[in-house]
Design a protein around this ligand. Structure first.
Ligand code: BT5
Length: 260
């Protein structure tokens, strides 16, 4: 299965760097950790790691990421020549690239919820975790592709979705991986040329903008999500004016207030 998947992804892969070196494993703790090990050994930008199943995958703040077989669990080694204040945009590029790939393969609209969620409607289809490891960045992407939702525990089930649940049929995982590597590379390369175009791609899919949000994390506040700035920070209008948020979790209030 592992070899079949690797050769199926490689066949017809039209990226220049992303996935041209591809490591596919049946089971790992976290593809981000495997990619970090390869990066420390000098792996070039675009080296990709994919696992059928992850046993100890992470989200942000060391939260557990459920990764049963059937999902797409992928990490890419990056060596961006960007000023450090623009590194958060790498996560945006991964989000935009992944959304395009899912739309190409599954013809469903994917929203992006700040800072790293891939959404279908109000439910989470996947997420992005970008980690700095020495001079490299590791971009990890998880998509609930061919996963039956009853595999998830009761606390995750209502907030999650999968392509299988939405389409009522499985998608071709190799085709999805290929589209993801191609689309992510395209958007990532755009970052160095014109980061504003990446933000435009984000805003087109931004499911947070114009909505009443509650922020939790290092600071807690409520307000209306106005926009993202050129470094990827969320701008929230509160009673005390616009606040610039660089990290945290956003929950969307159900009442949409519209965007002026
Ligand atoms: C994320 O974190 O959304 C980033 C997920 C990144 C996963 C990829 S898979 C490949 C690579 N290798 C890794 O080890 N990680 C990356 P965060 O925003 O912190 O969301 C985590 C929260 O999402 C958890 O606390 C759960 O509530 C929920 N969750 C966990 N597994 C989920 C799943 N499969 N689908 C939807 N929600 C999930």
């Amino acid at each position: 299965m592992r070899e079949d998947l690797a050769s199926a992804i490689k066949a017809g892969l039209r990226s220049r760097r992303f996935g041209q070196r591809l490591h596919v494993y049946a089971q790992v703790r976290s593809t981000n950790d495997e990619a970090a090990t390869l990066a420390a050994q000098g792996a070039p930008e675009g080296t990709a790691v994919l696992a059928v199943e992850q046993m100890g995958a992470r989200g942000r703040r060391q939260r557990a990421w459920l990764s049963p077989a059937g999902g797409l669990w992928l990490s890419v080694v990056l060596r961006p020549a960007l000023p450090a204040d623009q590194w958060p945009l790498v996560g945006f590029a991964a989000g935009v690239g992944t959304a395009r790939a899912v739309e190409e393969i599954a013809q469903v609209r994917v929203g992006l919820k700040w800072p790293n969620d891939l959404m279908i409607g109000e439910q989470k289809l996947g997420g992005v975790l970008v980690e700095a490891r020495g001079p490299a960045l590791i971009a990890g992407i998880g998509i609930n592709a061919n996963i039956a939702l009853d595999l998830f525990p009761p606390d995750i089930r209502p907030i999650a979705t999968s392509l299988l649940a939405v389409l009522a049929r499985p998608v071709d995982l190799a085709a999805l991986a290929r589209a993801l590597l191609e689309q992510f590379e395209r958007v990532y390369d755009l970052l160095a040329l014109n980061a504003e175009d990446v933000l435009v791609g984000w805003r087109e899919r931004d499911s947070t903008r114009g909505r009443q949000v509650r922020l939790s994390g290092d600071e807690e506040l409520e307000g209306v999500a106005e926009d993202v700035d050129r470094t990827g920070a969320l701008l929230v209008r509160t009673g005390a004016g616009i606040r610039r948020i660089v990290a945290g979790d956003v929950s969307l209030r159900t009442v949409s207030v519209g965007h002026r």
